[in-house]
Structures are given as structure tokens and as C-alpha cells.
Design a protein around this ligand. Structure first.
Ligand code: HEM
Ligand SMILES: *[C@@H]1O[C@H](CO)[C@@H](O)[C@H](O)[C@H]1NC(C)=O
Ligand SMILES: *[C@@H]1O[C@H](CO)[C@@H](O)[C@H](O)[C@H]1NC(C)=O
Length: 576
């Protein structure tokens, strides 16, 4: 029953007229609304059209920008970015938007692998390209205003203080000692157990072992305590797990516009809840560790910072020390192990390079420890022995060129600017420099850019005739190779990382021959660190040094001529 009908005062006729008028009214209102929407949509489309004409990257769509392409390529983001960059020709730079809305600069991204542009951003106009507010607020709960997460004076003070420490011989020795100990007492034992005859078919995830090992090392170096996450029974360490969870949850914040995680945080939901819980665990562990160190200083980074003063001449408070320590932990924990995983994986496919690495190690050890090979594997290599391994260093640099542990890095644009190639960047937008792509540009590395070729890092010092010595040649132009960043924010741990990677690489290769488990798929994980998604599953065999070395390359002098060796041009990078 329609009561309105009965109660309405109009006669039937009036009523009809009323209804008619009302309908017209509504229709007009509807028309207005439709017209308004049309105008807005049209204005938006005009705006979008003007914007998209300025953008040079992959296809962009209204409202979602280049997200469809990103999602379609989500399992090969780094290669997708490299392809996009290659298609821009010599500029190797493009601009795109992941959130094309008027007045919103956040979604506007400039992507580059152009060495001139990278030098501009990382050095020449350094002040204009800080980490910026989006990154900083996302990482603030975990890293505070530590060196990795600050800009301006806060960063500079810590940088100066830390830089002094990182050049000291005592810190290098400390790293050598921590690596030495964890290899000797744990890594070797675990690998030997796996390689024993009874377990010919047993498999280890080498990446997992390496991640545990470098986590232990960086904890030792940072606060003088080895949590021994690398142990035969592969224990679950609450601090390591909490730190992992916190890092993961923090990275998730960067995926969507900032309001999302702020709301989630206020409501204590999902990853924000996990973050809060794991930060508590991290906090408790650090508080305890710092109080132990305060009473009992050692030669670790934390103890060194305890002796320093801040800008006002005060000692650092416990909470600042905690930030500082956590920042070093984050900076130095996974990067070397991830690089080593790609290194070992490469060597399993390139036995010719493995032989050269071994031959170099053997030729050094023959001099320092004598001809008896059993003495070579008694202890991990000493500092002076490692210094002489130039071919190994070249092979590690070559690994980082093709598989940089930090594949993409972003900076915030403070003021409008023009990059050296002419690209205009807007204040408030983002600039991503693709370290991964920079390592794979034909324009930078030549047409064999995808070949694994350590020789490109080596040169003969002297006249190139007898007596000439092979040297590691850090690439002429350091803005071509940015795996350790470049400019004022260059990785502080670079030398320590090479030292650690050389120690571990030689320790494993001298004792064991690794074989990739058939059928195991090595894939890149899409993350801020270039992990192997499924780990690195290998069989571990004993190494027969006599066979593996004498059957291979004889001695160092031969390296100088290997550039022409046909073997070393087999492409391996494409297989990943
Ligand atoms: C293969 C190993 C490593 C690679 C590829 C690597 C790479 C990098 C990169 C790309 C950055 C710049 C990040 C940015 O500014 O956005 C960086 C910064 C840094 N790295 Fe490393 N790193 C490695 C190992 C280490 C180690 C072992 C340590 C510590 C012992 C360390 C300490 C640092 C620190 C403290 C910073 C911050 C510097 C600053 O912001 O002023 N790194 N590293
Ligand atoms: C490693 O430890 C052993 C003792 O366990 C020691 O003799 C050797 O010098 C150490 N090497 C380094 C590089 O610290
Ligand atoms: C190293 O190789 C060179 C060139 O092949 C050869 O002449 C030399 O005798 C070798 N030295 C040793 C110690 O085997």
C-alpha cells in the first residue's frame, strides 16, 4: 500500500503534474551531475593526456598510471625496468607515474641508469636528493634517525664519526676475527657433515647458511656478541626473527601511499601489529646488549660510539646508541651473503672461472703456507693472504655488477631540477636509480655486458711483459658501477664486505665442490634486497685440490691472457 499516494493533498491531476515536475527536476539534477562528471572526467583526461605526453616510460593509464605494467611484470621487475631503460636509447632515463592525479607529485617517478644523471644525483647535487620524508617516516619506527635513515646534519655527524672508525685497521681485524671464528667453528662443520659419504644426496640451502653467517658476523662487529644463528641445528633465534619481521613489515609500508600504513598502525592491524610486537623483542634485546657493553666495552662499533660525543659535546644516549647499532645491522647483514649466493651459483655454471679462482688462491697459499695442501685448509685465510686475491675480488665485483645486492635505490627531489640529459624533475617527486640496470647496459659495458667476465676488472700494472703484476682496477668511472652507491653516501662497509666475502668464498671453495641440486630453480626475489626467492639448494662434495687445480689453470701469469679465452664468453646472466 502506497501511503504517500493517499496522504498527498493533490488531486489526481495535480498529482500527475507534480510527479511530472518532480521527475523533470530529478532529471535535470541528474543531467547536471552527469554533465559535471563529464566535465571533470574530460578535464582529467586532458590533464592526463598532457601529462602522458611528457612521460617517456612504459604505457600509462588514467588513474593507475604504469601500475598495470608493473603488476604484469611483478616477477621480473628489475629486468622490466632494464628493458624500459634500454628502449629510451642513450638517455637511459624515463619518467612515469604510478598515481597520476593532479597536485600529487608522489607518484611521479624518474628512473635512470645514466652515469651522468647518477653522478648528478649522488654527488653533484647531493643536497637536492636526500632519502626524503616518505622513506624516513616509513623506516622511523625501526631505524629512528640512524645513519641509514637520516639526512642533513643528523646524517653528517654520524657519517663523519662512523667513517673514522671504518678506516681503522682494528675494525678490519675485528671483522676478520668474527668471520674466522664462525667459519672455523660452525660453517666448516656443517658443510663437512653434509658432504660426508653417508649423505651424498643431502641438500643444504647455501643462501640460508650464508645469511645466518653474515648476520652473526655483523652482530659481532656491531655489538660484540655473536648470536650463533649459524649452528648445526639451524636454531630459530628470536632476535633475528623479530628483526626480519620488522624489516619486512617496514618494507610493506612503502608499497602503498602513506595514509594506509598510518591507519593500519593506529588500528594495530596486520603487518603493523607484527611490527609493533617484533620491535618490542628487538628493543628488549638491544637494551640488554647495550647495558652489557656499557659496563664492559670492547672493540665493536657500539663501544666505539659510546666513547664519542654528539654535536653538543654530550655522549650518545642509550636510545640513540640503539638506533645507531640497528642501522649498522640493517646495512651490513644481508648484502654480502646475497652477493655470495649469486657468486657461488655463477661458479657452479662456470667451472672455468672457479678453476681460476682456485688457482689464484693456491698460488698465494703455496707461498705463504708451503706446498702441503692440507695446511691450506687448516685455517681461513689471513688478512695479508686475502689482500693478494685480485682475481677473486674481480669475480665478486663482477657478481655485484650483474646481481647487485641492492638492485634499485630511490631519492626524493627537494627542488625542481634538470638532470644532465635534459630530463626535468619536479620537487616532491621521486628519482629511482636502477643499480641493476646500470650493470646491464650495453652502452656502459659493451656488447658483452651480460657475460660474466672478471677480466674486465683486471689490468696489468707495469709494462705488460715479464714481472708485470695483475691489479684490480676499480672501474675507471665510478658512476658506472654503483653497487656500493657512490658520492658522499657511498657504502661505508665496502672494504669490510670484500674482506668478508673473500674469506668466506675461499673457505668454502678450498674445502668443497658445490653442485646445484638438479631441478632447483634459482629466481630473483622482488624485494629491496636481491635475495634468491627459493634459496640456493646445493649438494656439498669434498674438494680434491690436487685434481681441481692441476687439471685446471696452472698459475697467475696465465690470467693476463684469459681475456681471449673462448670459454669466458658463455653468457650466464640470461639464465637467471
Ligand atoms: C656486498 C655487500 C654490500 C653492498 C652491495 C652494500 C651496498 C650499499 C648501498 C647500495 C648503500 C647505499 C644505500 C642508500 O644510501 O640508499 C650502502 C650504504 C651503507 N652500507 Fe653497505 N653494502 C654492503 C655491505 C656493507 C657492510 C658489510 C656494512 C657494515 C659493516 C655496510 C654498511 C653500510 C652503511 C653504514 C651504509 C650507510 C651509509 C650512509 O648512508 O652514509 N655495508 N651499502
Ligand atoms: C683465525 O683463528 C685462528 C685460531 O683459531 C688463528 O690462528 C688465526 O690467526 C685466525 N685468523 C684470522 C684471520 O683472524
Ligand atoms: C706459470 O705459467 C707460465 C706460463 O704458462 C710458465 O712459464 C711458468 O713456468 C709457470 N710457473 C709455475 C710455477 O708453474
Amino acid at each position: 500500500m502506497d501511503y504517500k499516494w493517499i496522504l498527498h493533498p493533490c488531486t489526481l491531476l495535480q498529482n500527475l503534474a507534480c510527479r511530472f515536475l518532480k521527475e523533470i527536476e530529478m532529471e535535470i539534477a541528474g543531467l547536471f551531475a552527469a554533465a559535471f562528471i563529464l566535465v571533470v572526467a574530460f578535464a582529467y583526461l586532458v590533464w592526463f593526456w598532457l601529462l602522458s605526453r611528457r612521460l617517456t616510460g612504459p604505457n600509462v593509464w588514467p588513474l593507475v598510471g604504469s601500475l598495470p605494467g608493473l603488476i604484469a611484470n611483478r616477477n621480473r621487475i628489475h629486468d622490466w625496468i632494464a628493458d624500459n631503460l634500454k628502449s629510451t636509447g642513450p638517455a637511459t632515463t624515463y619518467q612515469t607515474s604510478v598515481l597520476p592525479l593532479p597536485f600529487v607529485r608522489q607518484g611521479l617517478v624518474t628512473v635512470t641508469a645514466n652515469p651522468r644523471n647518477m653522478e648528478h644525483v649522488l654527488r653533484a647535487r647531493f643536497e637536492n636528493y636526500p632519502k626524503g620524508p616518505i622513506w624516513q617516516s616509513a623506516f622511523h619506527d625501526l631505524l629512528g634517525l640512524g645513519i641509514f635513515n637520516s639526512d642533513g646534519d643528523t646524517w653528517l655527524l654520524q657519517r663523519k664519526t662512523a667513517a673514522l672508525e671504518f678506516t681503522t685497521r682494528t675494525l678490519r681485524l675485528a671483522m676478520a676475527r668474527w668471520a674466522n671464528r664462525s667459519i672455523k667453528t660452525r660453517l666448516w662443520r656443517i658443510l663437512a657433515d653434509t658432504s660426508n659419504a653417508a649423505s651424498m644426496c643431502s641438500v643444504v640451502d647455501l643462501q640460508d647458511l650464508l645469511l645466518r653467517l653474515t648476520f652473526d658476523n655483523i652482530c659481532g662487529l656491531t655489538f660484540g656478541k655473536d648470536p650463533e644463528t649459524l649452528s648445526p641445528d639451524l636454531p630459530d633465534n628470536p632476535f633475528a626473527r623479530a628483526f626480519d619481521t620488522a624489516t619486512e613489515a617496514t618494507l610493506q609500508r612503502l608499497l602503498f601511499p602513506g595514509v594506509f600504513w598510518r591507519i593500519k598502525k593506529a588500528l594495530n592491524l596486520g603487518s603493523e601489529r607484527n611490527l609493533r610486537l617484533s620491535l618490542k623483542v628487538v628493543d628488549r634485546y638491544m637494551t640488554e646488549t647495550i647495558s652489557v657493553r656499557t659496563n664492559n666495552p670492547s672493540d665493536d662499533l657500539l663501544s666505539r660510539f659510546m666513547k664519542k660525543r654528539d654535536g653538543n659535546g654530550n655522549v650518545f644516549s642509550a636510545s640513540v646508541l640503539q638506533w645507531i647499532a640497528l642501522n649498522f645491522l640493517l646495512a651490513g647483514r644481508d648484502t654480502s651473503s646475497v652477493a655470495l649466493s649469486w657468486f657461488f651459483w655463477t661458479l657452479m655454471q662456470r667451472r672455468d672461472i672457479e678453476r681460476k679462482v682456485l688457482a689464484e688462491i693456491a698460488s698465494v697459499l703455496r707461498e705463504t703456507r708451503g706446498p702441503d695442501a692440507s695446511r691450506w685448509v687448516e685455517d681461513p685465510l689471513e688478512f695479508d693472504e686475502l689482500e693478494r686475491l685480485v682475481y677473486l675480488k674481480a669475480a665478486l665485483a663482477e657478481t655485484l655488477r650483474l646481481y647487485p645486492s641492492v638492485p634499485e635505490d630511490s631519492k626524493y627531489v627537494v627542488a625542481d631540477d634538470v638532470l644532465p640529459d635534459g630530463t626535468v624533475v619536479r620537487a616532491g617527486s621521486t628519482i629511482t636509480y636502477s643499480i641493476y640496470s646500470a650493470g646491464r647496459m650495453e652502452s656502459i659495458w659493451g656488447d658483452d655486458c651480460l657475460n660474466f667476465k672478471p677480466e674486465r676488472w683486471l689490468k696489468l700494472a707495469g709494462d705488460g711483459k715479464k714481472g708485470a703484476r695483475l691489479c684490480f682496477e676499480p672501474n675507471m668511472d665510478k658512476y658506472r658501477f654503483v653497487a656500493f652507491n657512490a658520492g658522499p653516501r657511498t657504502c661505508l662497509g665496502k672494504d669490510l664486505a670484500y674482506l668478508q666475502m673473500k674469506t668466506i668464498a675461499s673457505a668454502v671453495l678450498l674445502r668443497h665442490r658445490l653442485e646445484l641440486v638438479p631441478g632447483h630453480r634459482v629466481q630473483q626475489k622482488m624485494s629491496l634486497t636481491l635475495f634468491m626467492k627459493n634459496g640456493l639448494h646445493v649438494h656439498v662434495r669434498p674438494r680434491n685440490l690436487n685434481f681441481d687445480i692441476d687439471g685446471g689453470v696452472g698459475n697467475l701469469t696465465e690470467f693476463c691472457h684469459v681475456t681471449t679465452n673462448a670459454d669466458s664468453t658463455v653468457p650466464i646472466a640470461a639464465a637467471a
